[in-house]
Design a protein around this ligand. Structure first.
Ligand code: AHR
Length: 498
């Protein structure tokens, strides 16, 4: 196969927020994950040091919190101040002790050097409650909520810039969900109040790739928004944890940009494509597992225990890593309109990091984050592959899809001038050979690869063998041509220096 690249044609710049994370009050993401006061591995504020280090090492730029479905009945005032009383979490039907609230979230982000992104309660909450939250976080001293923050020891405002209105308010199962007709007006009123407290905030609103939903939203509230939020989970596991096989996951990499294209089209139709960007603010190959969460009888522990299946490290394989590489390439290709993305979630459940009593496991997906945040450039440059190999793969539901077996994308770093080319080989069994003409003035620097002994390889406690490795030896130079050999089921980044 041949890959052509033209470093003179910069297509767009990417926003570093594409590599963001998400944390929800769900299972062991916060309590028993990032926040474990009193644990020997936690710092003086209760945060697991090893988790903080790992999140820093993938240059986490932004974290979305507190939900997710959780937020649709979350009242932020229960999670601030000296007297925190537990509340019943009606989304996941467990008790939340409220010891992790807004102050702790902002502190977490400060420790990581990343932006906090707060998703508000558009279910049982009101525009007023949302604007009180903005007051608590951002007003210097005016008003009872700013003073409440100050009395809690936070003299300086938190300056939270990114906010969203609602989570998946279009879904019937979401508490306080809205109809098409209700949503635009609700967002407009919430946005109005929030921006009267702080006109500097950047607002998003829950959306979906649906013409009716977005027509109402954009016509009634478009002038208040900087972002529009969409979500994607491809392997449906909510009720049954029957994970797609490697090959079935590859079928799911076909058409990854479908919702982005649809929403881009709608923004363009409204003339808003230069003003509003897409926040893909929840995404993961695998949807989370919480069977019968709304139907199990009181007293039944089974539906809570079942969530633990989402924590099994053996289920995060090279399929997840290869999918993640393809998803990043899709985001980068669309970086003119997609400005933020949040992996769902960061920690435990289906996260990039698994936390246990004695340490953490960096799952295969973690290392893809590491490779993209450390090696890929910030400018997307033109690249094309005229002779990609296409195979037909079936999803677990039997739907046949045409899949390009190599996903390639080229970037340039505006500071160093280096080029970085992502080569994701989806083929389970075969290596691929790619010929690349070295652009004038460039030479090979390195090739870093994430492979694994098999498509089903994974990392676990005391067993972290899927890690990035130097495979520069797989690149042969003949005159000005590079012949690059990438292993089966692998994510590779080739760096060219000047
Ligand atoms: O399964 C977790 C849920 O997935 C999140 O809370 C929600 O936003 C998404 O549908």
């Amino acid at each position: 196969m041949k890959l052509y690249i033209d470093p003179r044609r910069v297509l767009c710049n990417r926003d570093e927020k594409l590599y963001g994370q998400f944390l929800e009050h769900f299972d062991r993401q916060i309590y028993g994950g990032v926040f474990m006061p009193g644990h020997p591995m936690s710092d003086e504020d209760g945060f697991r040091r090893d988790v903080l280090d790992a999140l820093r090492d993938i240059h986490t730029p932004i974290i979305r919190w507190p939900g997710g479905c959780f937020v649709s009945a979350y009242h932020w005032k229960n999670g601030v101040g000296p007297n925190r009383t537990p509340s019943y979490d009606k989304a996941w039907r467990v008790e939340d002790n409220n010891t992790f609230g807004t102050d702790e979230f902002v502190l977490l982000c400060r420790k990581l050097g990343c932006e906090p992104y707060i998703c508000t309660n558009a279910g049982t909450g009101s525009p007023e409650e949302m604007s009180d939250w903005v007051e608590y976080c951002n007003l210097p001293r005016e008003g009872q909520y700013a003073r409440l923050r100050i009395s809690g020891g936070h003299e300086q405002p938190f300056g939270v810039k990114y906010w969203s209105i609602g989570n998946e308010s279009y879904l019937g199962g979401e508490m306080g969900c809205k109809t098409h007709d209700e949503w635009g007006g609700f967002v407009r009123e919430a946005a109005k109040m929030m921006r009267r407290v702080d006109p500097g905030i950047e607002l998003s609103a829950a959306a979906v790739a649906d013409v009716d939903w977005n027509t109402r939203l954009l016509s009634q509230a478009g002038s208040y928004l900087k972002w529009i939020s969409i979500h994607g989970y491809w392997d449906d596991l909510w009720q049954n944890n029957n994970l797609s096989t490697y090959e079935q996951c590859m079928a799911l990499t076909s058409g990854l940009d479908r919702d982005v294209r649809k929403v881009r089209g709608m923004l363009t139709a409204f003339g808003l494509e230069k003003k509003i960007r897409i926040a893909f603010d929840e995404w993961n190959l695998r949807s989370w597992h919480h069977p019968n969460v709304n139907a199990a009888p009181l007293g039944s522990e089974e539906f809570i225990r079942a969530r633990g299946n989402a924590d099994l490290n053996a289920t995060y394989t090279m399929a997840d890593a290869v999918f993640t590489g393809c998803f990043f390439n899709m985001l980068l290709r669309n970086a003119d309109i997609v400005g933020m993305a949040n992996y769902a979630p960061a920690v435990n459940t289906r996260g990039v990091i698994y936390v246990h009593d004695k340490g953490i496991v960096r799952r295969t997906t973690y290392h893809v984050f590491w490779m993209y945040t450390h090696l890929m450039g910030n400018q997307i440059i033109d690249s094309w592959m005229p002779d990609n190999i296409v195979e037909v793969k079936s999803t677990k539901h039997g739907e046949e899809r045409r899949v390009e077996m190599l996903d390639a994308l080229a970037t340039r770093c505006s500071e160093s001038g280096k080029l970085a080319i992502s080569l994701v080989n989806k083929d389970a069994d075969n290596k691929q050979t790619i010929d690349i003409e070295l652009p004038l003035g460039y030479e090979l620097e390195t090739m870093t690869s994430l492979r694994g002994d098999s498509p089903n390889d994974y990392n676990d406690v005391d067993h972290e063998n899927v890690v990035p490795e130097d495979l520069t030896e797989n690149v042969q130079k003949e005159n000005r041509r590079l012949r690059v050999s990438v292993p089966p089921h692998s994510v590779n980044i080739l760096v060219l220096q000047r």
